[in-house]
Design a protein around this ligand. Structure first.
Ligand code: WTA
Length: 649
């Protein structure tokens, strides 16, 4: 299967923005003359004052600094809305599909302008100023994108927190970026179930206050009309306030390097870090990748199934598509509600041409066979995409044949919150596909594989994936902690950006991402730091110590396996297991639910007290044959006990 190749269909190449020859030529220019190349690409945006230079960066440890288009001035919301008004004012910008199949809406570019200006004015009237951080904790409703664009319009920095995160996780993010303004909704709706967003926000605000951050205002959208708490003076109804506001709000001129947003993401150590993206380079990157990778053409209906709480939603539901004047579909619901045909029903209903989702969703649907897919037409589909984790060739083939009827190229896009947009990915008109491979680098991307000592590996090889040159969409810093930025990404292999991923390059120069090589696990495409789950577990009074690792999971890609040492005298029961699972859910959120909890009277440690995770991973994977050397353990017998009591999942 590995050597299977799907060549570019001639008609796809003909229509595409880039065929193979164009890709080769542009790629060469992008890495040989980056300044010329990126100055040309800057022209895809409308600048208030155009930049006179492209990149100005150094990866030199420890003085890492990254700037792009640093003397340019622009506004992201003007680029995503205003500049389209003349030509596309009455064209749909956003198609919204509700959780309930009977609910949908079309929002034109003019309506988007009206809504964004009104909200921007409400925010200004309530004290939000340029540079202030605004926390957005919302369901997948159009108001979430209005909120992002309204922040961008007035120069406020948004920090979106995924609606599945708990009050504690939300509070932690509010406190970290000292955000005193929150936009939320009464309740979210997913798969027919309600999510108490306002109540969670209220709780989070209380927790934040104890830590010294006092939220001044909460704007609340009425989504379900459910009963919620209300604090007069602090809380503002979105509908009433925006209706009363002026529909005209001039966009704030922003420097290209002014912050656009913060997005928290998990790393191998400590609490999630605030990835900071700035204005000019990010938007060039989001717009350009959206155009080339999805081969977007005027009028195409494009659907990315991500949530705006993740980077994929930022770059490929909102900023990239809207900068390109595209029609972008936003979906409130889930793939299996009301039934397993939902994705494909939505494709038929809105005549979707380009469909972008995660391998975990494909695997979950594949379980139910071809029936739910074949019950739908899907003839509008032209291109499919995936993101978030490696896609196994079986799932790739099913996606290609069952969903795409063998007619739609698949773009397997490798990238990260940190990279702002696609990095290694096929271009549909240029790249022959190999199922399971993210294929080749996008323009300007210079990947390098290195061994554990940092020596470059050439030709066909497996190693740690680094990037050696900056690109416009790269994150600029960790919010409030530049030192952590430098340490996390530039200290392991000096002079290079280290991605944290392992990767193989084959004899054709194709890249195959093998997954994280650090203590980050990827659960259903969501990044989770094992340290975060461990910290949550030890907060429980019954827990003395814990170690968390990932293990292969058929649907989720990776599952969460927890080894837990209990306090003396605490009885290990199934009820306690349940309680700990709920405890982690309430500390972090349902996405962090442990799949297995094993009682561990002792953990394998070196004599200096370091937990040997390698061994714990092998036990969780059921792979005892290759435990490696255990003689350096302080007490080798704990390993036998762990093997004996391994949890069957
Ligand atoms: C993984 C999501 C293989 C990878 C955009 C990366 C992938 C992490 C792919 C980033 C892919 C993402 N193939 N692995 N196509 N896409 N990953 O920050 O391990 O949520 O480092 O960004 O997901 O996850 P993040």
């Amino acid at each position: 299967m590995e050597n299977k190749i799907y060549p570019v269909p001639a008609e796809v190449a003909k229509r595409a923005h880039a065929d193979a020859a164009t890709y080769q030529k542009m790629y060469a220019e992008s890495v040989e003359s980056p300044d010329t190349f990126w100055m040309k690409e800057a022209k895809r945006l409308d600048w208030i004052s155009p930049p006179t230079k492209a990149g100005n960066w150094t990866y030199e440890y420890p003085d890492v600094s990254i700037k792009w288009y640093e003397d340019g001035t622009l506004n992201v919301s003007a680029n995503c809305i205003d500049r389209h008004l003349e030509k596309r004012g009455d064209q749909t910008a956003i198609i919204w599909e509700g959780d309930d199949p009977s609910e949908d809406a079309h929002i034109t570019y003019s309506q988007l302008h009206d809504q964004v200006c009104r909200l921007a004015n409400v925010m200004k009237a309530n004290g939000v100023k340029k540079g202030d951080r605004v926390t957005i904790y919302m369901p997948m409703i159009p108001e979430a994108s209005y909120a992002m664009l309204a922040c961008a319009r007035i120069g406020a920095v948004h920090s979106i927190v995924f609606g599945g995160f708990s009050p504690d996780a939300l509070a932690q993010r509010i406190v970290d970026c000292e955000s005193t303004f929150v936009i939320t909704a009464d309740e979210g709706l997913r798969g027919g179930k309600k999510v108490p967003l306002k109540q969670n926000a209220d709780n989070a605000i209380e927790i934040a206050a104890i830590q010294g951050i006092h939220v001044e205002h909460v704007i609340c959208v009425k989504r379900t009309g459910g009963a919620i708490g209300w604090e007069p003076g602090r809380d503002i109804w979105y509908g009433e306030a925006t209706q009363a506001a002026s529909p005209d709000c001039p966009p704030e001129p922003m420097n290209a390097e002014d912050p656009l947003f913060i997005l928290y993401t998990s790393g191998s150590t400590g609490q999630p870090k605030g990835v900071l993206h700035t204005t000019g380079g990010y938007l060039v990157w989001a717009a350009m990748t959206h155009q080339y990778v999805f081969d977007y053409h005027e009028g195409d209906i494009y659907w990315c199934t991500a949530d705006v709480g993740w980077v994929t939603g930022h770059s490929y539901i909102v900023y990239g598509p809207l900068a390109n004047g595209a029609i972008t579909l936003m979906f409130e619901g889930v793939p299996n509600y009301p039934d397993n045909s939902r994705f494909w029903q939505v494709c038929d209903k809105h005549k979707v041409n380009i469909f972008y989702t995660a391998p975990t969703a494909i695997r979950a649907l594949m379980q139910h066979g071809d029936g739910p897919v074949k019950a739908t037409d899907r003839s509008s589909l032209r291109l499919l995409g995936t993101v978030g984790e490696p896609i196994n060739p079986e799932a790739w083939e099913w996606y290609y044949h069952a969903v795409g009827n063998g007619n739609c190229p698949i773009v397997d896009t490798w990238w990260q919150t940190e990279t702002g947009g696609h990095m290694i990915t096929p271009l549909p008109g240029a790249t022959d596909l190999k199922p399971g491979s993210a294929t080749t680098p996008f323009f300007g991307v210079v990947p390098q594989l290195v061994d554990n000592e940092g020596a470059e590996l050439t030709g066909a090889a497996s190693g740690n994936l680094c990037i050696t040159a900056s690109w416009p969409g790269q994150m600029r810093t960790v919010y409030g902690d530049h030192e952590r930025f430098v340490q996390t990404y530039f200290s392991t292999y000096k002079g290079k950006y280290f991605t944290g991923d392992g990767c193989r390059r084959d004899e054709d120069g194709y890249y195959w991402i093998t997954g994280r090589v650090d203590d980050v696990i990827n659960v259903s495409g969501h990044r989770m730091g094992t340290a975060e789950v461990e910290s949550a577990l030890v907060l429980h009074p019954a827990v003395s110590e814990s170690a968390v690792v990932g293990f292969p999971h058929d649907i989720k890609g990776q599952g969460i396996y927890c080894y837990v040492t209990l306090m003396d005298g605490v009885e290990a029961t199934d009820d306690l297991r349940k309680e700990l699972r709920n405890h982690v859910r309430s500390e972090i959120g349902p996405i962090a639910s442990p799949d297995a909890i094993q009682w561990a009277p002792g953990l394998p440690k070196t004599r200096s007290g370091k937990i040997m995770r390698r061994i714990l991973r092998k036990i969780a994977e059921n792979d005892y044959g290759s435990l490696g050397d255990t003689s350096t353990l302080a007490d080798p017998s704990v390993v036998d006990d762990l093997i004996e009591n391994r949890q069957n999942r």
